[in-house]
Design a protein around this ligand. Sequence first.
Ligand code: ADP
Ligand code: MG
Length: 498
Amino acid sequence: MSTRKLALEQDDGTVATLGFTETSLTLETEVTPNGVLTQASCCKSLFKFRSWSKSLSSEVPIRNVVAATFLNGAVKVSYLARKGKKQRLHMSQVWGRVKDTDIVAAKEWCHSVVQVAYNGGNPPKVLRVLINPHGGPGKARQIFTEKVEPILLAAGCVCDVTYTTKAGHALEIAQSLDLGYDALVVVSGDGLVHEVINGLAKHAQPEKAFSIPIAPIPAGSGNGLSLNILGLHDGLDPCAATLNILKGQPMKIDLLSFTQGNQKRISFMSQTVGLMADVDIETEHLRWMGDLRFVLGFLRGVVTRKTCEMEFTMKVAEQDKSRMVDALHARRLNAANGGPLVLPSSDPMPSDDKHLDGPGSSDEDWVKFDKPVLWMCAGKGPYVSRSLMQFPVSHPDDGLIDISIQEVVGRKFLLDAMEGAEAGRSYWFNSNRYFKATAYRAKPLTAHGVLMVDGEAYPFEEFQIEVLHRLGTLLSPYQHYAADFKVIDAKGTTRETV
Ligand code: ADP
Ligand code: MG
């Protein structure tokens, strides 16, 4: 694979050499004899200071290139890099002048590197950005202005930004969203995404509005959607999430119609009752802690170990855990080989109906689950928080909702279960009853309790969920959820998702 190089002359007379291939951008900078790095300070973070070396080189994946421009005889390249393997991404820029005789070649170099970095093109994106200054630890504004916006501006995006002023504000904006935007960027946690999706559902042209991809920037205390799109390593990294705005491809997802009395809402991630819901509501005042609040809340829940009494019925499509894992592997393998994404073989073919009421159903398909339980959690997407991979075998668009019901177990079991919860270990517990369904109904049998929908508190009353197949759109680098599900399966072999 040949490297296409370009030499840039720095202000101090030294040379920085940029090169790119189909897979990476390389950067070589000279070091003066006394060991001072001659490269402009904006990219010094990439390098380790080494006074004995005459030059330093570095490499980033080509996908991390944000822009390359030629202006007034100088080239500027913006890209995302890490200081260390496990560190988060940050934007770096390198620039320098080119000789008059190299101007044509430099312009061509810039054009070509952008073509490769954007896989064929670099359309500037027009973005609607919604920021909740009160989400999570209250850093959304800072995250946007210091990390996200500089990358988007460097890439030539146009941002139409609103800071929300109250709960419900984002819903109002989404409801009358101009359909010309390329993406809807949500800087907060999952609660603001919940609002946005419910706003889109009330749009005068809901299907068109839902086809505008939503791209979350993690700035809340629960950032489940971002984790599901980008995985544990990048899911809480605002720069990685910004790169997904630039490079991600639209990925269709199922949404969930939530009916309670005569109220209809949309859920995109989870519905929880019992101990796990208490965790959320009882730690609301600890929002400043970020997602550590969920761990603390769980420990509190273990102490009380309250059972959750409810009537629960569902339309089950699959309940064999091994088969669910097989279906996950088949889909990932297929995606890795660039093939069409297949539905798990055990699934019923979901209807292509995208109406908001969900598919109709006859009563005889419903089955009852009537054992005492500690909690019920149902949803789409593997992670509900960084510390819990609740639905490891969830697919974005299989037309099914994953349901996890925890039967009553002892305190020691619950404490032990925390280990490996972020990697989906609890999936195989026999007391964790796991189903895939097209719909379910839950009716609390006690007067007081908590129902959380996408991390938001809802009235503790009977509700019904139906899957709305492929109604929503996200941006994704992978075209499947990014969770890494490495577990010992029921037969004792280690299974990994590709
Ligand atoms: P977190 O992950 O911290 O819960 P969310 O994105 O879920 O963050 O947002 C929490 C709540 O904040 C949501 O219920 C949302 O409706 C509400 N909200 C949005 N904007 C504002 C605002 N300006 N002031 C107060 N609450 C807001
Ligand atoms: Mg929330």
